[in-house]
Design a protein around this ligand. Structure first.
Ligand SMILES: [Mg+2]
Length: 269
């Protein structure tokens, strides 16, 4: 790349953006390491009174634990600024009354779903989150049989992979795809790129979709998903970003920047 910032629409980004959705993992940090410039960028956004929300598909932590993680990295966030796939899933289930659920979630996240009755035979919904290395043939086969008995499949997201300190790690999307393949059912996605998820975050900013941009390291779920909802898409070359994958994608971001550090410049700050 000759230029650090690739711009297709400086005018759009420089003049009309009134709110931002910031993906967290891969944009603000990778594993326990903060990305250079993240603190300074957030401070500048606050100084310039450009409102933003943190949005994440992370399902291994509670929203409170995510805020604590941001704080441990020196990034301030309040509860009303953070939108997670976990809290969106709880909102979705509440909107369905009191459904019986089978939860594939880590124990520390599962406790947030205490109000919903667990059913491991014939639940209304099977909820798929990140269970890390606990995936097995038995786990998949068990869920497959629930789906064949009539349960519906809900996935918190269907991301392909993410980046941690050691490298790329396979995410839950492939397991969701496998379950769809064998059951013939289509999973409902609750986190990114669900339009409902984006809309809830946008509504809380008080701006319209066309006045907002999403900043993410996932060209499909962040940039493509955001664009499908009418947002501008800014891709960062950190986290899971890989040149070859982005080049193959049909998604064309409005802007591509090396990292969050360049966001203020992109916005004309
Ligand atoms: Mg990310």
């Amino acid at each position: 790349m000759l230029y650090a910032i690739t711009l297709r629409a400086m005018r759009i980004l420089g003049m009309a953006i009134k709110g931002l959705l910031l993906d967290m993992d891969g944009v603000l940090y990778v594993g326990s390491k903060k990305i250079d410039g993240a603190s300074e960028t957030l401070e500048l956004l606050r100084e310039n009174k450009l409102p933003f929300r943190f949005i994440t598909n992370t399902t291994t932590r509670t929203p409170e634990s995510l805020i604590a993680k941001l704080e441990s990295l020196g990034l301030t966030a309040s509860a009303d600024e953070v939108f997670t796939a976990v809290s969106a899933t709880i909102r979705f289930l509440k909107s369905k009354g009191r459904p019986r659920c089978y939860l594939l979630l880590r124990d520390e996240v599962k406790v947030l779903f205490d109000e919903f009755e667990e059913d491991s035979e014939r639940p209304d919904y099977v909820i798929i989150g990140d269970i890390g290395a606990a995936w097995s043939y038995d786990t998949l086969n068990n869920v497959f049989n629930m789906l064949m008995r009539g349960s519906e499949l809900i996935c918190m997201h269907r991301n392909k992979y993410w980046q941690d300190e050691e490298g790329l790690r396979m995410d839950i999307g492939a397991f969701v795809a496998a379950l769809e393949y064998v059951s013939g059912k289509k999973a409902l996605v609750v986190g990114k790129p669900s339009p409902t998820f984006f809309q809830q975050a946008i509504d809380s900013l008080g701006v319209s979709r066309g006045e907002a941009a999403i900043v993410g390291d996932d060209i499909d779920s962040d940039v493509g998903g955001g664009q499908a909802c009418g947002l501008k898409g800014v891709l960062v070359r950190t986290g899971k970003y890989r040149n070859a994958y982005a080049d193959r994608s049909n998604v064309e971001p409005e802007a591509v920047i090396d990292s969050i550090k360049q966001l203020p410049k992109l916005l004309g700050m």
